[in-house]
Design a protein around this ligand. Sequence first.
Ligand code: NOJ
Length: 772
Amino acid sequence: MVDDDATGAASTGLTDEAMQQRIDDLIAAMTVEEKAGQLTQYFYFGFQRDAEPHQADGSQDDGVPNDATGHELLSQPATVEAALGRGEGGSLLFVTDPAEINRLQRITVDGNRHGIPALFGFDVIHGFRTIFPVPIAMAASWDPDTIEAGQAIAAREARAVGIHWTFAPMVDIARDPRWGRIIEGAGEDPYLGAAVAVAQVRGFQGPAVGHPERVIAGPKHFAGYGAALGGRDYDEVNLSESELWNVYFPPFRAAIRAGAGNIMMAYMDLNGIPATGNRWLLVELLRDAWGFEGFVVSDANGVRDLETHHFARDLTDAGARALAVGVDLEMAIADPAYAHLPEAVAQGAVSEEALDTAVRRVLEAKFRMGLFDTPFVDEDLAREVLNDPDHRVTARVAAERSAVLLRNEGALLPLDAGSLRSIAVIGPLADSRRDILGPWCFDQDLGETVTVLDGIRARAGDVLVEYTPGVRPEQRIFPSIFDMFAGNVPQDPADFDEAAEVARAVELARASDVAVVVAGEWQNMIGENASRSSLTLPAGQLELLQAVVATGTPVVLLVMNGRPLDLRWAAEHVPAILDIWYPGTQGGAAVANLLFGDISPGGKLPFSWPRTVGQVPMIYSHNRSHDPKKQGERYWNEASTPLFPFGYGLSYSSFEYTGLSVDPSVVVAGGSVTVAVTVTNTGSRPADEVVQLYLHQRYGSASRPVRELKGFRRLRLEPGESRDVPFTLGPDELGYWNAAVRDWVIDPSTFDVWVGGDSTAALGTTFELTEG
Ligand code: NOJ
């Protein structure tokens, strides 16, 4: 298990002063070329790819994918190794095999006349070997402890193989589910987003950079990436000042306060200026106002992109401008722009001091991670860590805690294994090892992955469990950049007669006591480079579901997803709907425990679930505006309310909220209020509830949202048990960024406060806030 007692002190035995002295000495001895090399991070693919990598231009010449202009998308191993051998490789990414990491580290250390080792980074997003539920699912647990424990395990596994740094957490607020990367974040809300960001930084990194079993955390993508125009990944972002400060920045601010050692810049233009070259973001905000002292990395090819965006004149200009605003490390897919830094320094386009500052930050990270003392990893130990059975148990518990029960008519769930004779399991996603893991995993062990079908079979005892897929996967029209990884493109079964398969599924459902239909998106339909113009169930899954429901056999729908899907029909016709997300390595076992009632679902939605794509973006924390009584009738053709509200999730038990109190009822600006409520489990099963507090300011120097989450707590209650739950609302919760005064303000006002199990909570009271 993760060693929680480790101090978290930097792995280097040096005092800060001695470390800075060594860095001074190194910088003094380095050439400009060597310095530029320290600031370069190369992709290096050291693991299995499909034999025929996808290339946008269709060619297959050298096994390296090209873009449409014929530019190579991936660094060639030989080119990278040559740079390492010349002492010009500061960092690598995408190497995950410990033997390979040791080999490349040897080339680096031997090739660098100062003996500077390379920093290895990787996208450890929701697990390394043990795959946890995808990040949006972990956020749905509303449980910082579960999230922290999961990322601590991910860090432990990654560090064991020699990875020092993860490009995570993604703390981008996402309010448009067409954007595939909604799956990587914590959803729409800044308060929940900040809490999840902190838990992830603590899990990945521990209390400070340098813990021997953890990795550097790199919150990304700074800033605003989630608001891509039209939900189209990589497209520009235009955000108001109020949205930036009140919604998009808080998770970054929280992650930095939690000690994150790195920040990754976003790809896109923010209000017309590329984030990677944005002085206001990088210098005025991140460094000067927030005091961030770690190192900053570009996104992949983000520095070259300054030229692509038609912001920089050429690559020399791109490199000089990114460095000048403090992008310390360039993540380079190929031909780094930072290779032009010596030229830029010679031309006076950027100062050597700027170069030295960036080198210092990168070297500091290497010292703090103990790389100068321990550049290599113990491969036997790595194997042991990756096989730790405790990691799998924690992943299963996380999957159980993240599932959200959306509907349960007639208490169809939980199923009673004792009274059932047969279960039909239907849908291709029920039996897909790769898909249950979700996107952004590369080193999983498919052999040990438990599918929904496996999990039900293992848990159902003597009940007959039969399976049929019913439909075939739908294929993307435009392939994904991740298609080159083995197993990522869903297999299309040969000679698949869909009409016959649907008929077979109907027969099976008819002959069974209950049908469990698993439907959603294949994992390559969501994530980076996976924006979508609709939210419907892909392939023929809706028609399959309708045909199965028409048999009259009770149906449980398990939704496998990372974004809200159009469930309008299901929400009316399918009695039980459980959102299982992509629940990971142990997902099937967790789902079975939930289905059979060993555990009651306790997750809650981290976003408002729209009815249809035409409603997006849809948020619960909108402003009040004209004619609020008709908020639900903004469209003439359909309700403008969500299908399921933010914070929503049912349980096998039930809860009652009573005794809401505020103390004091009049608070002076700068002070705090305690809001307390009593929560009782009024059902007959032990179960978890997420108690949520929402706040609204009735008047002031700006219009404020109808309600905003300002507190939450996940509790376990036995049947009949009551618990008093206090919340404190202080200046952080009561204030907000006012775009007119361009500062944080606390307005004297009347505040409404509600506490309950979702964002429609009706139990409310008020308090007054007066001028100090
Ligand atoms: C591009 C993605 O935007 C970023 O999130 C990721 O960390 C890098 N590629 C590296 O894989």
